[in-house]
Write a protein that binds this ligand. Sequence first.
Ligand SMILES: *[C@@H]1O[C@H](CO)[C@@H](O)[C@H](O)[C@H]1NC(C)=O
Length: 311
Amino acid sequence: MELLYLLFSIVFTSFTTLILSLILPFHALLRRLVSSRASSSSSSDEAEPISLYEGTVYHQRRHPVHHSFQYRVRYALIDIDRAPHAPPNHLSPDEARRITGTNGTILLLTIPPSVGYEQNPLSVYYCYDVEESATCLKKCIAEVTNTPWAERVTFIFNPHSDLVAKALHVSPFMDMLGSWNIKASDPGDYLSISISVHHPEFGNYFTASLKAKKLHSSSASDHAVFFWLMPHKVAVWIYWHAIKLWWKNVQFIQHPRYATPTYRDEALIRDRNLQCCGFSAERENKKDCLSSEASPRDRWFRWIDAKWPWS
Ligand SMILES: *[C@@H]1O[C@H](CO)[C@@H](O)[C@H](O)[C@H]1NC(C)=O
C-alpha cells in the first residue's frame, strides 16, 4: 500500500514538474518584463527581504560502515516579516518570536518549493533581539522533516552550540538513541550549520553540515529559475543514498512508532536529562549574545504527524 502510494506520488510529482517546468520560461519572461518596468521607477537601498545562498552539504557516517558524500545546494534566507510571500507550511514570524521570547527580526533559511514540489530536510529560523545599538542572534528554531513520511519536529536551540535529544526518525538507518549536537553561525556573507550525532554506544558517529556563501542578487534575479528542481535534487539524493546504505548492508530500522509508541515522550525526558546534567555544565560562557539561563527549562518541541497513508 505504502509502496504503491510512493510510486504514485513519484509519477504524479514528475508529471506536475514537467508541466510546470514547461510553463516556467514564459513566467520568467513575463516577470522580467514586469520588473524591468517597475525597477526603472524605484531603486531603493534597503536590504532585500530575501538573500540567496549557494553552498555544499556534507554527510559523513562512521558506523557501522563508512559512507560520506557531498552535494551542492541553494537556499533562501527570508526575512519573513518583510517578504512579500513567505513560504507556506512554516511558522509565522510572530509564532517564532513567541516561541523564542525574542523581539527582533526572524530570518528563515529554507529551500523554497519549486514547480509545485517542496523538500526540506532542515529549515532554520534565526531569531534576533533588538538591543540598544545592534541586533543580536539570540536563539534558533530547527524544523526537521523526514522522508518519505513528511513528519516534522520543530525545536528551539542555542546557535552557539546545543545538545538536543533526537526526537524524529529521520533516517531508517539510525535508531532513536542519539543526541544532536547542533550549531549555527549568524548568517552574513557566509553561513554554516553543523549537526553531529552522539550515540551512547557508537559515540560521535555521524556529521552533517552546510556551508554556504551569499550571492549578490544580480546573479539570480528570478528565484523560480534559481531554485528550479532544487527540492527534486534533494529528494533524489535522499533516496539514492538510502539505496547505497541498504546495499552496504546497514541495518534497516523500523519507525519507532511501532516498537516504542511513546518515543516522543522519551525524547522529552532524554532532553531534560541532557540539559540538566550533560552538556550545559561544560558549555563555556561565550561573549555577547548568549543568554545566561540560570536554571534549565524544558526545551520547546513540537511534532507534526505524518499524513495519510503514512500515519
Ligand atoms: C528586546 O529584548 C531585549 C532582551 O530581552 C531587551 O534588552 C531589549 O530592550 C528589547 N528591545 C525592545 C525594542 O523591546
